[in-house]
Design a protein around this ligand. Structure first.
Ligand code: SF4
Length: 342
């Protein structure tokens, strides 16, 4: 992805104009000459152009809805944070394995919420309830927020809001390298900036429409120099031919790219590939030619919430993945903290 995201079509909810960010965004897209339509509610967003479902899906991923977040109860976000802070939903990327395909279902367009004042007020309540314990907020549960933030700056405002708080911490993860506007944010080291990284094979075959590994690593180096605590999420860890060398190559690149500033406070989160039966059906529909291996016979079934179990790697494969990736991290980044393997 060599150009920052720009929607082809924009919708706005009338109530969005009651908020400064809503007004600003509508004016911005009018000036840019992007087609913009009013809608009574995002559920009314119909007529996404396209001759068939697949085209509509693709076009929806370049449609932006400027809306108001009505539900202010935040979802929980284990294991990496207490709450998901809702800034946006949807993503312009085309990662075949992305779980948003199932969670957003028929609404894959991107929504950005402009009532930041309400969202921050709610976040303050959660922090007060837990004080003096720290409250961690995850900003990338339902979107790749960095990928759209050059347009909205709502993430930047959230970084500064949490930066001023006493008991708040913020984290998010991205596969995009458009970070320049975030470098001067007053983060006060309370935001952990994470990049999602993977072996070259996985990026090449399954992460279309995202930034390359080199671009992500260049951005990670900038972020570390700007004083942010840095992290990497390796997900999905995926077994493919030559995976051991693939992940080794990835660590070699990481090690060459990261400046000294990154090393004092560096974290890794490791998530093996998994899929559910409903997800498999959606993936095969949206990406009919995918090479993503989703053979239930080769996997171990793990019971999940709401009765929907997931298929993860067999125990011996899981142990091997864990052992090798841990070894690479210990070799290349002995000071880093491995937060979890799941
Ligand atoms: Fe999904 Fe992240 Fe890929 Fe976007 S970048 S499609 S949120 S996995």
């Amino acid at each position: 992805m060599n150009k920052p995201f720009m929607p082809q079509l924009v919708y706005y909810e009338p109530r969005a104009l009651e908020y400064p960010l809503g007004k600003e965004l509508v004016q911005k897209f009018e000036k840019l000459g992007v087609e913009i339509r009013q809608t009574t509610s995002h559920n009314q967003v119909r007529n996404i152009p396209g001759e068939n479902e697949l085209q509509k899906y693709r076009n929806a991923k370049s449609t932006l809805v400027i809306g108001v977040r009505k539900t202010l109860k935040f979802d929980t976000s284990k294991p990496s944070a207490e709450y998901a802070i809702p800034l946006a939903t949807g993503c312009m990327g085309h990662c075949h394995y992305c779980y948003l395909q199932t969670t957003l279902g028929s609404k894959p367009y991107i929504r950005t919420y402009v009532n930041l004042e309400d969202i921050f007020e709610q976040a303050n309540k959660y922090m007060e309830e837990r004080a003096p314990d720290i409250t961690r907020f995850e900003a990338a549960c339902t979107s790749d927020i960095v990928g759209i933030d050059h347009l909205t700056h709502s993430l930047k405002k959230t970084i500064e809001f949490i930066g001023q708080s006493e008991y708040g911490r913020l984290r998010f993860v991205t596969k995009f390298h458009y970070v320049d506007h975030l470098l001067d944010a007053k983060h006060n080291k309370k935001t952990r900036f994470r990049f999602s990284v993977n072996a070259p094979y996985v990026i090449k075959h399954f992460e279309h429409g995202t930034s390359s590994l080199d671009q992500r690593l260049e951005a990670a180096a900038k972020v570390a120099k700007a004083g942010y605590p840095l992290g990497f999420i390796i997900a999905p860890i995926y077994i493919h031919e030559g995976w051991e060398e693939g992940y080794l190559e990835m660590f070699q690149k990481l090690s060459a790219a990261l400046p000294a500033e990154a090393l004092n406070d560096l974290t890794f989160e490791l998530i093996q590939h998994r899929f559910t039966k409903p997800a498999k059906r959606v993936i095969e529909k949206n990406y009919p030619k995918t090479k993503l291996e989703m053979d239930e016979e080769k996997r171990r079934y793990k019971w999940g919430r709401y009765g929907i179990g997931k298929y993860i790697y067999e125990k011996d494969e899981e142990e091997q993945l864990k052992e090798i990736l841990h070894r690479y991290i210990e070799n290349y980044f002995p000071q880093a903290k491995i937060e979890y393997f799941t």
